[in-house]
Design a protein around this ligand. Sequence first.
Ligand SMILES: Nc1ncnc2c1ncn2[C@@H]1O[C@H](COP(=O)(O)OP(=O)(O)O)[C@@H](O)[C@H]1O
Ligand SMILES: [Mg+2]
Length: 323
Amino acid sequence: MSGYGIVPEYIWEFIMPSVISVANLNKTYASGFQALKNINLDIRRGEIFALLGPNGAGKTTLISIICGLVNPSSGTVLADGHDIIRNYRQARSKIGLVPQELTTDAFETVWATVSFSRGLFGKPPNPAHIEKTLRALSLWNKKDNKLITLSGGMKRRVLIAKALSHEPQILFLDEPTAGVDVSLRKEMWQVVRSLRDTGVTIILTTHYIEEAEEMADRVGVINNGEIILVEEKNVLMHKLGKKQLKLQLAQPLASIPPCLAVYQLTLTPEGDELVYTYDTQRQHNDITALFSDLNQAGIRFIDLKTTQTSLEEIFVKLVRKPS
Ligand SMILES: Nc1ncnc2c1ncn2[C@@H]1O[C@H](COP(=O)(O)OP(=O)(O)O)[C@@H](O)[C@H]1O
Ligand SMILES: [Mg+2]
């Protein structure tokens, strides 16, 4: 049920695409440290949203507030229309959380620990759902194993199964691949994608740019408790991800011939290198045309190289402290 009883769920989803809505959220810890500064953020139903930021940026604080584990100092959070404080139980029932710190009861079986998690939400047993979840996470044949016997990757998948045990629509993963090896990271990415395909909205935090670049539909960058940018990943790459083609000239040029003006080239002060900047989504035709026009203008080059701004560089630029 939605937060507004008379509106059917399917209409609610249509008029209310945000599944999480954070408004004017602030958090100052008892120590006096302000960990979150006026956060405004909307998460769209069905997306994978990556909250990207360096250690200490406030990622865990933000998702702990949304999940009801930490009290906000001011501001509001709605989870599927339910206020996380006034309607705590309804809001919390919509959310699954895979915490940053991994703790499991080593001597429980997979089946018992996942079923128990469901009970914590006051939901009646639903073995069919637990089975479906375990199968989706490739844990079905381990259901009777004690956790202590499982590999690191399987333990992580058990934590996801626990978080999904009460059938939440929204799944938070706090640093799902921090400190894991490359193959396990790839496995986790696959698991997360397949969960999204089942309709679950996914919010993951990460300090790995590669993870955001690989996984996210949208990326929010957080630094020093502030959201400094929220953007479709592709748009972000398109807007900020520039490629440069550098042409080392056979003969230095005094200036760029007017016939090449459309390319907005730049010339190094020495006049020996032409630089063409283009966005990564652009067609290669432009480069073919440039080469042809250079040829026509009688400009020869002896070497060329291309460089690309990745999300990595974009991120470093964004979070760099103003000097
Ligand atoms: N309980 C707390 N009391 C005081 N400061 C805290 C507490 N928890 C976190 N912080 C501080 O808040 C900032 C953000 O922490 P956190 O949300 O864990 O960041 P992240 O998850 O992005 O690494 C850090 O500077 C951290 O030291
Ligand atoms: Mg954290």
